[in-house]
Design a protein around this ligand. Structure first.
Ligand code: ADP
Length: 158
């Protein structure tokens, strides 16, 4: 049974994240999408809100579980018996950061490898930070996020 962890902030989850998640779910027996509770990053949505909204957005993918974690990703992966971390790549600009992160994780635990998936071109420019910026300036984010997220934000955060 191959379990992959897809860790990230997902603040909020976007269609780019979902694209990577779907591809990951087609390759592994189970993917746990895990919201990192990073005290260094002040969240737009709380970790609980993010988890709940992700659950609603991934209901149609049977082998996906939604969770959150504190602390090191590799420790969380060990707890879950997962040896694969899934991450998405957009432009070259993601590469350096992701390479460092992956090599740090590898140095911490040689058993756990990172798999990178490249999103479809139409999702390449989507980021959670751009979504937040557009939303907070009253723009329409419905093309960038799952419909459940758009509905929740419009109803609760405006
Ligand atoms: P983090 O704060 O850990 O970088 P994010 O939620 O920003 O968390 O991103 C989680 C993962 O998803 C990262 O690997 C990031 O590169 C990837 N990602 C973010 N947006 C997209 C997108 N539009 N397409 C593909 N991958 C993406």
């Amino acid at each position: 049974m191959k379990t992959a962890i897809y860790p990230g902030s997902f603040d909020p989850i976007t269609l780019g994240h979902i694209d990577v998640l779907k591809d990951g779910a087609s390759m592994f027996d189970k993917v746990i999408i895990a919201v990192s509770n990073n005290p260094a990053k002040t969240g737009f949505l709380s970790v609980e809100e993010r988890k709940e909204l992700i659950k609603q957005s991934v209901r149609d993918i049977p082998n996906v579980e939604v969770d959150s974690f504190d602390g090191l990703t590799v420790e969380y992966a060990k707890q879950k018996g997962a040896k694969i971390l899934l991450r998405g790549l957009r432009a070259v600009s993601d590469f350096e950061y992701e390479m460092q992160l992956s090599q740090n994780n590898r140095a911490l635990c040689d058993d756990i490898k990172t798999v990178f998936l490249i999103t479809k071109p139409e999702y390449n420019f989507i980021s959670s930070s751009a979504v937040k910026e557009i939303f907070l300036n009253n723009g329409d984010i419905s093309k960038f996020v799952p419909k459940e997220i758009n509905k929740y934000l419009v109803e609760n955060k405006r």
